[in-house]
Design a protein around this ligand. Structure first.
Ligand code: IMP
Ligand code: MG
Length: 181
């Protein structure tokens, strides 16, 4: 795998620091809330990030999963999101929802998901992403919590994949262009 890596963009120490800072902000915002918090882990990409982040959240919370896809084997957004696994919850007005995503690119996935869950009358819906590529936005969307903004580079590792691979790298790295072009 290492031969496919151009360079490490966010190393393990930086990731840990980012997660600590995100956790502090999230705890501050939710510490006095009256509704139970459900953290929604967006499979598969945010699995590793979410598992590290929630360990730093000293808050009562519940975990749920959703699986959505917007990318196939390529790196271009198809313009649609598909829900492969839906939230296994009803009566969302009783909950605050925090969606955990690995990266925001065009903005379509999170803007659609947020809208969907708001339409189901959740008490609140917020989003937390490890990474954001604001220069790639195609629809207006701003995450409530963002670990780091990055340039327009295709990154892998720490949950992020290219063609389902590289998710297990412990850091976020830029993939060599020849690997995906
Ligand atoms: P959006 O709907 O365009 O914001 O796409 C978000 C999704 O695209 C993320 O959940 C990732 O699965 C995927 N994605 C976007 N950029 C990257 C990247 O640089 N590496 C790996 N996956 C990416
Ligand atoms: Mg994803």
């Amino acid at each position: 795998m290492l031969k496919d890596i151009e360079r490490v963009l966010v190393d393990e120490k930086q990731i840990d620091k980012i997660n600590g800072e995100l956790a502090q902000k999230i705890m501050k915002d939710y510490q006095n809330s009256t509704k139970p918090l459900i953290v929604i882990v967006i499979l598969k990409g945010s699995m590793i990030f979410a598992s590290d982040l929630i360990k730093k959240l000293d808050l009562p919370l519940e975990i749920e999963f959703m699986k959505v896809s917007s990318y196939g084997a390529g790196t271009k957004n198809s313009g649609e999101i598909k829900i492969h696994l839906d939230l296994a919850r009803e009566n969302l007005e009783q909950y605050d929802l925090l969606i955990i995503e690995d990266i925001v690119d065009s903005g379509r996935t999170l803007s659609r998901l947020t809208q969907l869950l708001k339409n189901r009358n959740a008490n609140s819906v917020k989003t937390c992403t490890l990474l954001d590529k604001p220069s790639r936005r195609e629809v207006p969307f701003t995450p409530d919590y963002c670990g780091a903004e990055i340039e327009d580079e295709f990154v892998v590792g720490y949950g992020l994949d290219y063609d389902e691979k590289y998710r297990n790298l412990p850091y976020v790295a830029i993939l060599k262009r020849e690997v995906y072009s």
